[in-house]
Design a protein around this ligand. Structure first.
Ligand code: CP
Length: 309
């Protein structure tokens, strides 16, 4: 099967088969991590530019490692020290980067749709590394990969996404991927952070934490995105933690073998307690490792790869 996309802008437009193709290829690339030389020549001669208008630790570093393991050249474009600070527009910046020979532009921006605009205007392949609250497709893919690796299936799994759903691109990309793959999704948190239209996507909304996580197979915990909130949507962080913070005591409501996931960055003691973040159910750091394999698979498939040998 061929991956018939030039860009990766979101998971809404991918089919179940295309998502499965990425996950299969990621498994192949993860095998490389066990070798002494963790490098293959797949993207030799290609250039990947990381263009991040918002901060990032995991995604930017992970794309850099993924591209380097595929033997591509990598440029990390620093917005704060670039001519963006002198008023250069997004499109002028990108056309300049293209003229320098970029084959892939990995972009994070606070504006939903910014990667789509770029994809329409430039020759390079564009990968959305998070556009405002809209989508974060490679996070959705690495979360799906981690669930498949740990649980072996999606069909019938109860996956709870807990936290600030309204402002979360991770929630949206998880929902698009996991519903297509057959999981049952519950989004949980204060009513003010649960968008009613999500019900149309086949997702259950629940503001009662115990009810939401009862018998859960997976709990994916999200941080409160204060930087995107335009109004006071709950009384205080302290109150949020009292009602929705995931503690060891509350974890007992879920299944005994529940997976605890978090895309990061974590606010310890707010949405998740220290013992839960570092406990036996947590796969948070494995998510980060899997992110490299998934991003290698995405770069490979967008470059026209058909089968990962
Ligand atoms: N999960 C995630 O996007 O983390 P960063 O913001 O550190 O890239």
């Amino acid at each position: 099967m061929k991956f018939n996309h030039k860009h990766l802008l979101g998971l809404e437009t991918l089919t179940r088969e295309e998502i499965e193709l990425v996950l299969e290829n990621a498994a192949g690339f993860k095998e490389i991590f066990t070798r002494s030389i963790k490098k293959v020549p797949t993207l030799r001669g290609k250039t990947v530019v990381n263009l991040f208008y918002e901060n990032s630790t995991r995604t930017r570093t992970s794309f850099e490692i993924a591209a380097k393991r595929l033997s591509a050249d990598v440029i990390n474009f620093s917005i704060s020290t670039s001519s963006v600070a002198k008023g250069e527009s997004l499109l002028d910046t990108v056309h300049t980067i293209e003229s320098l020979g970029a084959d892939f532009i990995v972009m994070r921006h606070s504006c939903p749709g910014a990667p789509l605009l770029l994809a329409r205007k430039c020759r390079a392949a564009v990968i959305n590394a998070g556009d405002g609250p809209h989508e974060h497709p490679t996070q959705g893919l690495l979360d799906a990969y981690t669930i498949k690796e740990k649980k072996g299936r999606f069909e019938g799994l109860k996956v709870v996404i807990l936290g600030d759903i309204t402002h979360s691109r991770v929630a949206r990309s998880n929902i698009w991927a996991l519903t297509k793959l057959g999981a049952k999704i519950t989004v949980a948190g204060p009513n003010t952070l649960l968008p009613k239209p999500f019900e149309k996507l086949g997702v259950r909304l629940c503001s009662n934490l115990q009810e939401a996580i009862k018998d859960a197979d997976v709990i994916n915990i999200l941080r409160i995105q204060m930087e995107r909130q335009r109004a006071n949507l709950f009384p205080s962080i302290r109150e949020y933690t009292l009602l929705y913070g995931l503690t060891e005591e509350r974890l007992k409501w879920a299944k005994k073998d529940v997976l605890i996931m978090h895309p990061g960055p974590i606010n310890r003691g707010v949405e998740i307690s220290q013992p839960v973040a570092d406990g036996e159910h947590s796969v948070i750091l494995e998510q980060v490792t899997n992110g490299v394999a998934v991003r290698m698979a995405v770069l490979y498939l967008l470059s026209g790869g058909e089968e990962n040998e």
